[in-house]
Design a protein around this ligand. Structure first.
Ligand code: ADP
Ligand code: MG
Length: 329
């Protein structure tokens, strides 16, 4: 079968349960269910957005994919290989193809290193370059991300937040990765700078043929950049669809709530029905609710939602949802 956009990444049954047992003897094992059984794929060249409230497991998902942390269970099939089965040495080679752009450009860069060394670090680790080659690469990378190479001997604190994020982006693209996980890359930046960084990421994606997983806590940011969007809640994906389908026809009550949380500038355009935001707080992931993880806050919840976990199923082409009420339709 001819597949126009092959899958670059496929995640199956992925779980990360952090051991949060208390007490010296840790007799009572306690786990925090940060990521609790998620399935999705990312096609080559696309951007998959992941949205959800703080604490829903987005960063943990990103960290699992780039191999910063090990999964409790599940498969991460990247470029045809299950990363969870690789030896440390094999993984090290693969790691160059998988990069992460951090949320906070202030704490993610070593303050004692000059820009040159910050960007050179991944190149020195993975490639053997002469000092002239290295210098040329740094100049090229700085220009590519919109930094003037004359500043290569400056330290991170001598740059603005937006410029620091450009340094983080230069580090991430230095090894020509295939996939970059962008973990809320503009959340810590001034609103005026956010679109510049988003535009840079879009430009680099085209020029370097990159695939992105783009994490954000709200829909407005991912709407701009994503081809498809996954909505996470309490360690699970509750809905996943193309951007167009998700905005036109959100099926999960949580997605509906996130949509309502998007401020509409003109009050006359507000639909009063949509005014109802999601009430209450996200439950503690150490004691997640039985049944559907969202039932404690869902205005449509019925008995079955309290007892049974809804299946994550494809309701329409490429439109997946996990909700008893939608599944019954
Ligand atoms: P998000 O990025 O969506 O805000 P995270 O993936 O950072 O969510 O966190 C999901 C849950 O996992 C949160 O409850 C968080 O406190 C917890 N968590 C994250 N990292 C760790 C860790 N290393 N040890 C214990 N709990 C963690
Ligand atoms: Mg996060």
């Amino acid at each position: 079968m001819y597949v126009k956009q092959p899958k670059l990444l496929e995640v199956k049954g992925l779980k990360k349960h952090f051991n949060v047992s208390e007490g010296f003897f840790k007799r009572e094992k306690k786990y925090l269910y940060a990521v609790d059984g998620i399935d999705f794929f990312v096609k080559e060249g696309e951007t998959l957005g992941i949205v959800g409230e703080s604490g829903s497991g987005k960063s943990t998902t990103g960290n699992l994919i780039v191999q910063l942390i090990d999964p409790t269970e599940g498969q991460i099939i990247f470029d045809g290989v299950d990363l969870t089965t690789l030896s440390k040495k094999e993984l090290r080679r693969k790691r160059a193809d998988l990069q992460l752009i951090f949320q906070d450009p202030y704490s993610s860069l070593n303050p004692r290193m000059k820009v040159f060394d910050l960007i050179a670090e991944p190149l020195r680790t993975h490639q053997k370059l002469s000092s002239e080659q290295l210098h040329n690469q740094i100049v090229e990378l700085m220009e590519l991300v919109g930094l003037n190479p004359i500043y290569m001997n400056r330290y991170p604190h001598q740059f603005s937040g937006g410029q620091r994020q450009r340094i983080g982006i230069a580090r991430a693209i230095a090894l020509h990765p295939k996939l970059i996980v962008c973990d809320e890359p503009v959340s810590a930046l001034d609103v005026s700078i956010q679109s510049q960084i988003l535009n840079l990421l879009v430009k680099l994606q085209k020029e370097l043929n990159l695939t992105y997983i783009f994490i954000a806590h709200g829909l407005p940011v991912v709407k701009h950049i994503s081809d498809r969007i996954a909505v996470m809640y309490l360690g699970k994906i509750v809905e996943l669809a193309t951007k167009e389908q998700l905005f036109k026809n959100p099926k999960h009550p949580y997605t509906e709530g996130l949509m309502a949380a998007i401020p509409i500038p003109d009050p006359m355009l507000r639909d009063s029905k949509n005014e109802q935001l999601i009430e209450g707080d996200i439950p503690n992931p150490v004691n997640p609710p039985r049944g559907c993880p969202f039932h404690t806050r869902c205005k449509y919840a019925v008995d079955i939602c309290k007892d049974e976990l809804p299946v994550f199923q494809e309701k329409e082409k490429e439109h997946f949802v996990a909700c008893h009420l939608v599944n019954k339709q």
